[in-house]
Design a protein around this ligand. Structure first.
Ligand SMILES: [Zn+2]
Length: 454
């Protein structure tokens, strides 16, 4: 690669620099992890303030001009430092809030006391996403005094509760966040030793459907037979969301294709805990089904509980259905298709109401161009193998928000996680060896973007 923008010596010097930074990065990561910055209302929000302050202090120490901003939600931290004249600006995103820890007894060590076992650092937020913050700091520290690009760091404080004030933050502070490339460090790699760029995310809608057949409950013995009850009617309606093979049967929903990677049924069964003998549903490759095709899942029912049920024809019943969408689906188009499906498939003339409970767009990156080329090269420098493009079946609403706000910027979704991270679960952990590679990749990426012809 004679036309590479960096020499092998420059790359190996950065690796050496980052290796020397690791003890300090590790200490700062542990200090951040000790702050129980759970953004959910029921938890002490002084801790989210404390993690914003701690994040701000770390960025100030690197010479960034830092402000903590609040737009009706949790505190976000914005920092900026100029690069050389004419150099591109890179925006680095992470979040400093964390999920609730869950029950202490499910953890093998206290969730907010970072603990190393077998090369992994355990603790709530040790990976998601305080290690994302530290990866950005690693890239800054690796270039102290000679940053190759301008850098804006944006560390959100409410990602785990849905980024409700993000749209307002982007609206009011968007000019300060504008960048040529955006690195969103909140996803995963494909496997230990196998880096990945997340190039697709599914979208989501949640709908509540309410079926009514009677104006009051009546005796099932007297009227059962000719008179339909709402719960049976609702169950029949819900059953029409899938065909016999288990594919979603709602006409008009888009269906996409996932990247071509090896992922077999054994790995699916192992990672999901699917019971022996229970079939895998749907058609197409497993990754198509997990990353690119729509799903429909009944996630809640309002109906009499088994314990409190009586011999009554239930007059009204509701279900909440979570529908994951192909990465390029427009959520409101999907909602219209679901409404049409429900109206056409509600049996026996029952009254039916639908409402949209939540929606979030997916993400379908144009994973080409010079920034992606340099990112793939930087990952290859760090790991020694080329990164793969992966999808994620879940939704990360903030990615779509950035894509919409900054359509001209190349958006790279990276991350510190691996398949054993257990983000959001008990015993969340960070693989420390992989973390160093993540830090190298980001430091090299900044150097590469700074060295690009312009
Ligand atoms: Zn996260």
């Amino acid at each position: 690669m004679t036309d590479d923008v960096l020499t092998p010596d420059q790359i190996s010097a950065l690796k050496t620099t980052v290796a020397g930074l690791m003890p300090g990065l590790r200490k700062d990561l542990e200090d951040l992890t000790r702050i129980p910055s759970v953004s959910l209302d029921a938890f002490d929000q002084a801790q989210v303030e404390a993690s914003a302050e701690a994040t701000a202090a770390l960025l100030r120490a690197e010479g960034l001009e830092v402000e903590i901003v609040r737009e009706g939600g949790r505190p976000a931290v914005i920092g900026h430092i100029d690069g050389p004249q004419g150099a591109p600006t890179v925006m680095l995103y992470a979040h400093h809030d964390v999920q609730p820890p869950g029950a202490d007894e499910d953890w093998d060590s206290p969730p907010f006391e970072p603990t190393e076992r077998d090369g992994r650092l355990y603790g709530r937020g040790a990976a998601d996403d305080k290690a994302g913050i530290m990866a950005h700091l690693a890239a800054l520290r690796a270039h102290t005094g000679q940053l190759p690009v301008g850098v804006t760091v944006f560390v959100e404080g409410e990602e785990e509760i849905g980024s409700d004030s993000l749209a307002t933050i982007l609206e009011r502070h968007g000019d300060r966040l504008r960048a040529d490339a955006i690195v969103l460090a909140d996803s995963t790699n494909w496997a230990l030793g196998e880096p990945a760029l997340t190039t697709t995310l599914r979208g989501l809608i949640r709908v509540v459907v309410t079926v009514t057949t009677l104006d009051h409950g009546i005796h099932s013995g007297m009227f059962g037979g000719p008179v339909p009850d709402a719960l049976t009617t609702l169950v029949r309606l819900l059953a029409t969301f899938h065909d016999e093979a288990g594919d979603v049967a709602v006409q008009g929903l888009k269906s996409g294709h996932a990247a071509d990677l090896e992922f077999g049924e054994d790995r699916l069964r192992e990672e999901s805990g699917l019971l022996d003998g229970v079939g895998v549903i749907g058609t197409g490759s497993l990754l198509d089904r997990m990353w690119a095709k729509p799903t429909a899942t009944v996630i809640g029912l309002d109906a009499p509980s088994v314990a409190k049920s009586s011999n009554t024809l239930v007059p009204t019943a509701s279900a909440k259905v979570s529908i994951r969408l192909a990465p390029d689906e427009v959520p409101l188009d999907a909602y219209a298709a679901v409404q049409r499906h429900i109206e056409a498939h509600t049996p026996w003339g029952a009254k039916v109401e639908v409402h949209l409970d939540d929606q979030g767009a997916g993400f379908d990156a144009d994973a080409t161009g010079p920034v992606y080329d340099q990112a793939r090269a930087a990952f290859t420098d760090a790991w020694g193998v080329e990164p793969v493009d992966i999808g994620v079946g879940g939704s990360i609403p903030f990615v779509a928000a950035f894509a919409e706000k900054f359509p001209q910027a190349a958006i790279l979704v990276t991350g510190v996680e691996d398949p054993d991270t257990r983000a959001h679960g008990a015993n969340e952990s960070l693989h420390l060896g992989e973390f160093e590679k993540v830090c190298v990749a980001e430091a090299v990426l900044l150097a590469r973007l700074g060295a690009m012809k312009r």
